[in-house]
Design a protein around this ligand. Structure first.
Ligand code: PLP
Length: 381
């Protein structure tokens, strides 16, 4: 247990579920290297095979579509370098709001390989509309990457329509589903995308676990050469217990009923804040969003100051994305929504846990109202 308080930063890191932890401990007993031919090696290989099947099945995909990685960043990098690696011409489309694991990687990759990188604009609420993509598709477009749901606003993208558009134009589509898994139903077999990134620590498995799920038949260049593991795509001795932990977490995701209760907690929170606090704005409030995410601007209150004040009150929230907090740079993906730099510094992200009592919710609301009012009255914590 770390600092005590109310943890409202599930989009940065979610706790490990009991089921995932038990699976991890149990699978850790299989210490053999899955590539070894002896008994312990064969046992470990069996645990890994089983985990691969279950992870694939969780998304309606066959076992061979799963490439285990060390997390979301690596799976994103594998998708991009794996697919674009051999190309020296063509254009790549990417949503302006993507996580740095996509955007920064693509900037370097496209520059190095002479590919054109085209950013797809989003609406004021952060939606990537297929019509915008259509306008930017060219004969030489090879790839589109759009996240399934935003880590900052929770806004869900029309992945199905985007994938259909890509398929009709012979373009490969990747989606970063890191924030979506466990916060909305995700069935890759029905989405139409060619590649999908997942990250274990966002849905109850341990940090350092993740996967890229690839439609069978799509050819990728190896990402890490070495011992030929992961079907030659990603060398390195496999994290067998991590894979088993991820499979168990995926079988223990919140049910539809829990998802609805989760969204209702978030909605009650937003309603109370909007009703009782002037000059407040919720980003993407009118769009389809993840059940747990609320991105709120308290006008006149710097987000990092609100974060610190809430921390003192025992409420743990985030500003921008966790990867860039610690620096006071406003979030580029919020600014991609046309928000000014000053306003982008005023957003606070609340990402709720799946279950919260009415009493805890009231405490959260009261503390937020008190902190914001104090800051507006006295200009400090
Ligand atoms: N993609 C998105 C949308 C994320 O939110 C994150 C992490 O916050 C990542 C990728 C990176 O995942 P990981 O922390 O597993 O490397």
């Amino acid at each position: 247990m770390t600092a005590s308080g109310i943890y409202l930063d599930w989009n940065a890191d979610a706790p490990v579920s009991d089921a995932a932890w038990s699976a991890y401990v149990e699978a850790s007993q299989y210490f053999g290297n899955p590539s070894s031919l002896h008994g312990p090696g064969r046992e470990a290989a069996k645990v890994l095979r089983d985990a691969r099947e279950r992870v694939g099945a969780a998304f309606g995909m066959p076992a061979e579509s799963v490439i285990f990685t060390s997390g979301g960043t690596e799976a994103d990098a594998l998708a991009l370098t794996g697919y674009l690696g051999g190309l020296s011409a063509g254009s790549v489309l990417v949503a302006e709001i993507e996580h740095p694991a996509i955007l920064k990687n693509l900037e370097v990759l496209c520059e190095k390989q002479g590919l054109s990188l085209i950013r797809v604009p989003v609406s004021d609420a952060g939606v990537v509309y297929p019509e915008e993509v259509e306008k930017l598709l060219r004969d030489d477009t090879v790839l589109l990457s759009v996240m399934m749901a935003s880590n900052e606003t929770g806004v869900i993208q029309p992945i199905n329509e985007l994938a259909q558009l890509c398929r009709s134009r012979g373009v490969v589509m990747h989606t970063d589903a890191v924030q979506a898994v466990g916060r909305m139903p995700v069935l890759m077999s029905e989405l139409g995308v060619h590649m999908m990134t997942i990250s274990g620590h966002k849905f109850g498995a341990l940090s350092g676990t993740g996967a890229l799920i690839v439609e069978p038949g799509l050819s990728l260049q190896p990402f890490l050469t070495g011992g030929g593991q992961e079907n030659g795509m990603r060398g390195g001795t496999e994290n067998v217990a991590g894979a088993a932990c991820m499979a168990a977490a995926l079988e223990d995701l919140p049910s539809q009923t829990v998802l609805e209760a989760w969204a209702s907690t978030r909605n009650q929170f937003e309603k109370a804040i909007l009703d009782q606090c002037p000059d407040v704005q919720v980003i993407g409030g009118s769009e389809k969003r993840l059940a747990n995410t609320s991105c709120i601007q308290f006008k006149g209150c710097p987000g990092d100051a609100v974060l610190m004040a809430l921390d003192l009150e025992g409420l743990f929230v985030s500003t921008g994305s966790a990867c860039s907090s610690g620096s006071v740079m406003p979030s580029p993906s919020l600014m991609a929504l046309g928000i000014s730099e000053e306003a982008a510094r005023e957003y606070v992200r609340f990402s709720f846990p799946p279950k919260m009592s009415e009493q805890t919710l009231q405490t959260v609301i009261e503390k937020v109202l008190v902190v914001v009012q104090r800051m507006r009255t006295f200009g400090k914590l």
